[in-house]
Design a protein around this ligand. Structure first.
Ligand code: ADP
Ligand code: MG
Length: 313
């Protein structure tokens, strides 16, 4: 199939042979490619310069600058960066398994154990960004969470909730290298990410120095946007649909603004109270009440290796 797709060629990208298109964006295409020098497969995000205004160009360079500094197993690595007159080229670690979004669509939903496995890896990446790098991602969503390897073979797609508990025992979904395991889930797309002010500025009681109040107020809770998004992803993993949805963008905006969501029956009936409790602490409208990444990581549902017993009705 790869041979049938005619791949474009780009001036400045002679070192690589494009194999397949993996993604489309507003200003970019992402390709699977072979590095002819090293023999390694990579992903290349090709950004069309001429469609960007100067602030969008600056954003790409900021995306590159931020990604360059980050080295963590839950963050897609930027291997190198180059540009030609017409394009920027971000050479990225290849994530063969594609988007978490597609896996949710395929599987309908993940069990609690598999959801925990996936969300924990995402959370480890967020913890590193927030605590070690002072970076907020600001675009955490299933399209930007990528699997290192294809999680399951299409013929093995089960229809029932219990699929991963069964298959995990067979090694089908076990994490780690080798075999057909699920591999790691990593955070991609730093196009909206931002370096936040230092820790002092983030804390209300710290020394704020000469920073203007509107900046302090804005920045204080900037990390919490990733925590909200993490809650939305966890909700979606567990039931297969997002917490906030409406055909009308106005109604949807209103629902989000009020934090109006429900644990819809029957889809949520069998999901543990502990998972719901965690989601409630993430989908809080008031960012000062929302869990931080450290609170998330120490919640009983995250710490528990198995879902706690169901409350008796
Ligand atoms: P955009 O800013 O256009 O959303 P992304 O960086 O999110 O750009 O890339 C768009 C899509 O390309 C992703 O949603 C994903 O499907 C695919 N993609 C991006 N990076 C990789 C990668 N390293 N490996 C595999 N696929 C990728
Ligand atoms: Mg994206």
């Amino acid at each position: 199939r790869e041979a049938m797709n005619k791949m474009p060629t780009y001036k400045g990208l002679e070192r690589f042979k494009l194999l397949d298109k993996m993604g489309d964006g507003a200003f970019s295409n992402v390709y699977k490619a072979l590095d002819l020098q090293s023999g390694e497969k990579v992903a290349i995000k090709v950004v069309r310069k001429y469609e960007l205004n100067s602030s969008q160009r600056a954003n790409i360079l900021k995306e590159v600058q931020i990604m360059r500094q980050i080295n963590h197993p839950s963050i897609v690595k930027l291997l190198s960066f180059s540009e030609s007159d017409e394009h920027y080229f971000l050479i990225l670690e290849l994530m063969e398994g594609g988007e978490l979004f597609h896996q949710i669509v395929k599987l309908t939903y993940f069990s609690e154990n598999l959801s925990r496995h996936v969300i924990l890896q995402v959370a480890e990446g967020i913890r590193f960004l927030h605590e070690e790098c002072g970076v907020v991602h600001r675009d955490i969503k299933p399209e930007n969470l990528l699997f290192e390897r294809i999680p399951i073979r299409p013929s093995k797609i089960p229809q029932k909730r219990s699929y991963d508990e069964e298959k995990e025992d067979e090694g089908e979904f076990t994490p780690g290298v080798g075999g057909g395991g699920i591999g790691r889930v990593k955070i991609a797309d730093f196009g909206l990410s931002k370096i936040v002010w230092n820790e002092e500025t983030m804390t209300p009681c710290g020394t704020v120095g000469y920073t203007a109040p509107e900046i302090v107020k804005d920045e204080r809770y900037s990390k919490s946007v990733d925590m909200w998004a993490l809650g939305c992803v966890l909700y979606t993993l567990l039931c297969g649909f997002p917490p906030f949805y409406d055909e009308s963008i106005n109604v949807l905006t209103e629902k989000v603004a009020r934090g109006y969501y429900t644990f819809l029956s029957p889809w949520w009936d069998d999901i543990s109270a502990s998972a719901k409790d965690l989601i409630k602490h993430l989908l809080c409208v008031d960012p000062s009440e929302r869990y931080t990444i450290d609170e998330f990581l120490t919640h009983p549902w995250i710490l528990g290796s198995a879902p706690p017993p169901e409350p008796t009705p």
